[in-house]
Design a binder for this molecule. Structure first.
Ligand code: F6R
Length: 367
């Protein structure tokens, strides 16, 4: 049942080229420059006219929401807010009929997300669900939605469900941007191609980087704390990398926007602290290089996720994990993969039950 893999988590990480392709299949129609998301049709007018989009989710799904905030604001020019379902449901939020709520959930059964949606629905909001489990509670209370096609996710730590969520959110952003006219025809084609190429780029990481990542995992398996830093589209990737490490290895980890570091967390840096930088080539690359130099100046150990062909970042890092060159908007679908593998192997080297980390349940149906 684990298909020859030692754990479901590893199997699910390796399934991602297929599950991402499955989530794009029939939806991304490259030769016609078109995206078909029939789930949107029922609420299309609301979505086009939306004054704002509120994304409601928990945990890893909330990280997918954060990526979507960057992508939807950039491509569609719609104001996006991303809310922890547990906070949103208790704070008497301002929601009205012009708001579209996007709920993101792998299980479709997360209690906090479900109740938050029920409340928002009562207040007149339109609910769009991005859910993996077909027929689940969140799928059923949504006005419309779009399933992720990740297949059953057994490992408690979410991996392939996350990248499937990102794939669907990218499709949604591209489709809305095209319909609203907020993206040029060239950029639409370019990003569609990039999205289409993601499965093979993820496969490249799985084919070429695993031995390297194992060695890095072995080297840092006894760390007490790890900092994850990223900027822009890869800031949520830093949060997700840190969450994966906490869950799987029980090592304390924090994700931060790289520039926030100097407002506090830099005090943690000494020659014992590993700092993971998500430093794939993007518009902020020079900035992240200077953030790396700030850590090196304080003798921190730098592990960087870098784009193939980048020579500067590896020269100032202690360890590097390569990914193929990718457009910055689509990058989160790719840059998270080495971080999933790093957490997995650190957990394994620490002798832990990576498929069933202590204290965690696959779906959190109590608040
Ligand atoms: C992390 C993880 C959790 C879930 C969260 C939401 O690896 O699995 O943080 O992402 O409990 O679950 P869903 O997406 O089922 O609503």
């Amino acid at each position: 049942e684990k298909g020859g893999f030692d754990h479901f988590m590893l199997k699910e990480i390796f399934e991602q080229p297929i599950t991402i392709a499955d989530s794009l299949r029939g939806r991304l129609v490259l030769n016609e420059d078109r995206i078909i998301l029939s789930g949107i049709d029922a609420i299309k007018d609301k979505l086009m006219a939306a004054r704002r989009i509120i994304i409601v989710a928990c945990g890893t799904s909330w990280h997918a929401g954060l990526v979507a905030e960057y992508v939807i604001e950039e491509l569609c020019r719609i104001n996006v807010e991303v809310e922890y379902a547990s906070e949103f449901r208790y704070r008497n939020p301002i929601v009205d009929a012009d708001d579209v709520i996007i709920a993101i959930s792998q299980s479709g059964e997360t209690a906090d997300t479900l109740v938050a949606l029920e409340r928002a629905k009562q207040q007149g909001a339109t609910i769009f669900g991005i859910v993996n489990v077909v027929g689940s509670s969140i799928a059923r209370i949504s006005h419309a939605g779009c399933y992720t096609h990740a297949g059953p996710e057994i490992g408690v730590a979410s991996t392939k469900a996350y990248t499937a969520q990102l794939a669907v959110l990218m499709l949604l952003a591209l489709k809305v941007a095209k319909e609203k006219g907020t993206i040029s025809a060239e950029r639409f084609t370019e990003l569609s191609q990039e999205l289409n190429n993601i499965p093979e780029k993820v496969q490249w990481v799985l084919d070429n980087e695993v031995d390297n990542i194992k060695a890095i995992a072995f080297k840092y398996k006894d760390a007490h704390d790890v900092l994850y830093l990223g900027r822009g589209y890869n800031f949520p990737t830093a949060l997700e990398g840190a969450l994966k490490l906490k869950e799987i290895s029980y090592i304390h980890a924090e994700g931060y926007p790289a520039a926030e570091m100097k407002h506090g967390p830099i005090a943690l840096v000494d020659d014992q602290l590993p700092v993971v930088f998500i430093a794939s080539k993007d518009a902020y690359h020079e900035k992240i290089v200077s953030n790396i130099q700030e850590i090196k100046a304080r003798k921190g150990k730098v592990i960087s996720v870098v784009s193939e062909g980048d020579e500067i970042t590896p020269s100032i890092s202690d360890d590097v994990m390569f990914v193929p060159v990718v457009d910055e908007v689509i990058a989160p679908l790719l840059t998270v993969v080495p971080l999933q593998l790093l957490s997995y192997y650190i957990g394994v080297y620490r002798g832990l039950d990576v498929d069933k980390p202590r204290n965690l349940a696959k779906s959190v149906t109590v608040e």
